[in-house]
Write a protein that binds this ligand. Structure first.
Ligand SMILES: [Zn+2]
Length: 263
C-alpha cells in the first residue's frame, strides 16, 4: 500500500511545496477584479513571468466567459507570423472533453498555448515526453494542469473504483472500509491506463473522505502535478531553476470561468 497522509485533503502535494507555484499577493487577477474589468488589457500584463502569463490567460478567460472574446491572433497575418517558429508562453495539460478547449476558453492567439489533452488529464510516457519536449525546446513560463466540472472520465473512474471496492470486499469477505487502503495496489495492476491513473486519484480522494465529483476533479489535478514532478527530472529542473512554474486549475462548464486551485 502506498503511504498516504491520514487526513490529507490533497494527498502528497505538500511533500514538495517548494516546487509549486504560489502567486504573489496581487500578482494574479482574482475573480472579482477580472469580472469588474473583463477587458483587462493584455499589454499591461507581464508575459516574461509565470504570474504575468497566468494573469493574461485568466483575463482571456474572463473575456470568454463574458462573451467578449476577441479571438485575436487567428487570422492570416497571425498564421504568416508563425510560419518560421513558435514561442508558446504556457503548456496546458487538460482533458480531451469537447467542451474544454484551452485556446478558446483562454481566448488565446495561435502560437500561445502548447496543449496536451487526454481523458481526465491522465499522464503516460507519451504525455510526459511531450511536455518535456516543450519545456526543453520552447521554454514556456507556465505549465497549467486544467481539470473541469462534470468530467466524464473522472465520473467513469468513480464508478469503476466503487465497483472494484465492492468486488474486492466480496471476494475477501471483508467490509469495504477494511479493504480500501489496499485498493491502490489493485488499481496499479489494472490493464486500463485510465483506471490506473485517474482511478488512483479517485482513490486518493476517497481515502481522504473527499467523495464528491468536485473533490475528485481537484484531487486529480494534485495527483497529476505530483506525478509530473515525481517522474520528470526535466520538470523538476525547470522548477528548481525558476524557468517555469506549475499552476493547477479547474474550468467550470456552467459559468465558463477557470478557477485557480490552491493546495
Ligand atoms: Zn474530462
Amino acid at each position: 500500500m502506498a503511504e498516504h497522509p491520514e487526513h490529507a485533503a490533497i494527498p502528497s502535494v505538500n511533500e514538495a511545496p517548494q516546487d509549486f507555484w504560489e502567486p504573489e499577493p496581487g500578482a494574479v487577477a482574482d475573480d472579482t477584479t477580472a469580472a469588474a474589468d473583463p477587458a483587462c488589457a493584455a499589454d499591461e500584463l507581464d508575459d516574461t513571468t509565470a504570474s504575468g502569463v497566468w494573469s493574461r490567460l485568466l483575463s482571456g478567460n474572463r473575456r470568454f466567459a463574458g462573451d467578449k472574446a476577441t479571438n485575436a491572433g487567428r487570422d492570416a497575418a497571425a498564421r504568416k507570423a508563425l510560419v518560421d517558429g513558435q514561442q508558446p508562453t504556457a503548456i496546458v495539460l487538460s482533458c480531451s472533453d469537447s467542451r474544454v478547449v484551452p485556446e478558446l476558453l483562454f481566448d488565446s492567439p495561435l502560437g500561445d498555448l502548447f496543449t496536451v489533452r487526454t481523458a481526465g488529464e491522465m499522464v503516460d510516457d507519451a504525455v510526459l515526453r511531450t511536455i518535456e519536449f516543450a519545456i526543453d525546446g520552447l521554454h514556456p513560463k507556465l505549465l497549467v494542469v486544467l481539470a473541469h466540472q462534470h468530467c466524464a472520465a473522472i465520473e467513469a473512474c468513480r464508478h469503476d473504483v466503487d465497483e472494484l471496492l465492492a468486488k474486492t470486499a466480496k471476494e475477501t469477505g471483508k467490509d469495504p472500509a477494511d479493504v480500501i487502503d489496499d485498493l491502490d495496489e489493485i488499481l496499479d495492476g489494472s490493464k486500463d491506463p485510465m483506471l490506473r491513473f485517474v482511478g488512483t486519484a479517485v482513490w486518493q480522494a476517497k481515502i481522504a473522505d473527499l467523495d464528491s465529483a468536485d473533490d475528485c476533479e481537484q484531487v486529480a489535478v494534485a495527483h497529476t502535478i505530483e506525478y509530473l514532478v515525481t517522474h520528470s527530472e526535466i520538470i523538476r529542473d525547470a522548477l528548481a531553476r525558476e524557468r517555469m512554474m506549475i499552476v493547477g486549475a479547474r474550468y467550470r462548464l456552467d459559468t465558463g470561468l477557470v478557477e485557480t486551485l490552491s493546495f
